[in-house]
Design a protein around this ligand. Structure first.
Ligand SMILES: [Cu+2]
Length: 124
């Protein structure tokens, strides 16, 4: 194998590994609660997600129709929700309160209404 073919194979392998890592970057660990959220024009189900302060939670998103976004800026989590894929973000809220989330990818007329809340309670 000449050097160029070797380099090409190496780059291909690194790219494949990087892609696999990104796709599986967030997976729920044992003991973590998984909250599934389904997005569709123009709502999230559930629209209210309740978690306890300090509780590690994995939010797992799918969409029923088009590409959507999920953004909870005050909690520092966002995701692209792409048809046919599962998107995950880990959330460990460090403050109690009610925090808005919304779709940040334009998905049609009604997109502006696509919101919800994450309610973080003081938990034990
Ligand atoms: Cu949208």
């Amino acid at each position: 194998m000449d050097l160029k073919a070797y380099q090409l194979r190496f780059v291909t392998l690194v790219f494949a590994l990087a892609t696999a890592c990104v796709a599986h970057f967030v997976t729920a660990q044992p003991g973590e609660r998984v909250v599934t959220v389904v997005a569709e024009r123009f709502q999230y189900t559930p629209a209210e997600i309740r978690v306890r302060k300090g509780e590690p939670v994995v939010l797992e998103f799918t969409t029923r129709d088009v590409t959507m976004g999920f953004n909870a800026p005050e909690l520092g989590v966002r995701a692209d929700i792409v048809p046919g894929q599962v998107a995950r973000v880990r959330l460990v809220p460090d403050q109690a309160g009610t925090f808005a989330f919304y779709c940040d990818i334009f998905c049609g007329s009604g997109h502006e209404e696509m919101t919800g809340t994450i309610v973080v309670t003081e938990g034990s």
